[in-house]
Design a protein around this ligand. Structure first.
Ligand code: ARG
Length: 472
């Protein structure tokens, strides 16, 4: 038998054993909800006083006691009693130790079921907002890099085979737009969490004359959830937030994979700052992109968090089930890991050296101008399929003789195809290949400049969203 105290000791002859206590407890994980739990309890208590359900003096003692506990937790002087099952019971028990009977009245017209849903929604709102701010910082770094290195040409790839030259800025901005959608998903998760479940009580509502809107407003919720059974059962907002993190991680992972490749000797497109690389304990020459690799690796965990949550909820009958206590570890892990990963990727990008010459010479290799030669022929009336054939033969010929398309003279082009001449030499010039791609969203410098302007506007809009949703 443990010394665990339970609020249901009236009904039970025995207290839980040590194992059962440890197995059933969520305090080690959910204690980080303390600020939201205390805010929720204060709003609930004030509402009970305003409705004449609790005496003003009791509520004053409750609020003062809760604020004192919060200050101590924040100062690091509060010691959680590990025999308490969860953060809700730990704080209420301590409050009651401090203020006596008034503490025991706090749970009037409330259940831990609406309490935990309220806390978790508040927490998801706070953390998704923070993630938007971190993602915006990385987006700003991407725009900065795109502006600074406008003009740097790199090979664009498909199948990781050189395809066509693109501006390095254009390639980076592709990640900017992924992150833009990630931010919108985080904002959507914030909005999914932005309704108050407080007042649902265990599942059916309460007979006390509560004022749900008043409590919701005090907590900064925009609305109240309309169905008390849904309120205590719904964890969609947890999934929305975790999905936003998981897909955000997948995007960072792809970028990190490129950093890993680009920082190899074979590519040499970027050099990571020493602060964002590690050495080897045996090989003196090594400089490893550990942080990029870790972001890539941690992505697997966050995807696992999302899958865990989906499976936890699948098949749960309404309303609350204890299974739902298992939502916190994956949620917290996803939020923490994504937050750290955003910081790491921002740090790597902001400090890396960009080796534009290496990129440019790589962009010339691999016959990346071949499409432009085929296009040139097609523009002259040669059916594109035939043009493709002709240029294909030319590439094969060059490959055999160890030359690049740029090494061919006008005469050599002409002897390969009567329709080609000095215009072919111009067509395969790498800078001209890039400049020619002026279609909207294309890689021509003017289009990429347009894109930088669009990106800056999108970033400004998302910064405004943050300003319009200040921390509660
Ligand atoms: N620790 C619990 C959780 O996170 C709080 C809700 C408990 N409710 C209950 N009816 N046992 O889900």
């Amino acid at each position: 038998m443990s010394d665990a105290k339970t609020p249901w000791s009236g009904r039970f002859e025995r207290t839980p054993g040590d194992f059962q206590q440890r197995f059933g407890a969520s305090l080690p994980v959910d204690k980080r909800l303390y600020a939201e739990d205390i805010a929720g309890s204060i709003a609930h208590a004030r509402m009970l006083a305003a409705q004449g359900i609790l005496a003003d003096a009791d509520v004053r003692a409750i609020v003062a006691g809760l604020e004192e506990i919060r200050d101590e937790i924040e100062a690091g002087t509060f010691v959680f009693d590990v025999s308490d099952e969860d953060v809700h019971m730990a704080i209420e028990a301590e409050l009651t130790r401090r203020i006596g009977d008034a503490g025991k009245r706090l749970h009037t017209a409330r259940s831990r079921n609406d309490q935990v849903a309220t806390d978790t929604r508040l927490y998801v709102k706070r953390r998704t907002r923070e993630l938007v701010a971190l993602a915006n910082r990385l987006r700003a770094t991407l725009v900065d890099l795109a502006e600074t290195h406008l003009g740097a040409i790199m090979p664009g790839y498909t199948h990781l085979q050189k395809a066509q030259p693109v501006l390095f800025s254009h390639h980076l901005l592709a990640y900017f737009w992924m992150l833009t959608r990630d931010v919108r998903r985080l904002a959507a998760a914030f909005e999914a969490a932005d309704s108050s479940p407080l007042g649902a009580a265990a599942l059916a509502g309460t007979a006390f004359p509560i004022d749900r809107r008043a409590a919701a407003e005090e907590l900064g919720f925009s609305d109240v959830v309309p169905n008390s059974i849904d309120e205590v059962s719904d964890r969609d907002f947890v999934l929305d937030a975790t999905y936003a993190c998981a897909l955000g991680m997948v995007h960072l992972s792809r970028l990190c994979e490129e950093l890993v490749l680009w920082s190899t000797e074979e590519f040499g497109f970027v050099t990571l700052d020493d602060a964002w690389a590690t050495g080897s304990s045996i090989m003196p020459q090594k400089k490893n992109p550990d942080f990029a690799e870790l972001v890539r690796g941690k992505t697997g965990r966050v995807v696992g968090d999302l899958v865990s949550l989906l499976v936890i909820l699948k098949g749960l009958p309404l309303a609350y089930n204890k299974d739902m206590q298992e939502d916190k570890e994956p949620l917290f892990d996803a939020l923490d890991t994504y937050a750290d990963s955003l910081v790491a990727v921002d740090g790597m990008l902001a400090t890396m050296r960009v080796n534009a010459e290496r990129m440019a010479s790589a962009a010339v290799g691999g016959f990346t101008a071949a499409t432009d030669l085929a296009d040139l022929l097609a523009a002259k009336g040669v059916p594109f399929r035939e043009a493709h054939e002709i240029v294909g033969r030319l590439v094969r010929e060059c490959e055999r003789s160890g030359r690049r398309l740029q090494d061919l003279s006008a005469e050599e082009f002409a002897s390969a195809c009567a329709d080609l001449g000095s215009d072919a030499c111009e067509a395969v010039d790498i800078a001209s290949v890039v400049e020619r791609r002026t279609s909207p969203g294309g890689t021509a410098p003017d289009r990429v400049r347009d894109q930088i302007a669009q990106a800056s506007a999108a970033l400004a809009a998302d910064e405004r969203w943050l300003a319009e949703h200040p921390p509660a």
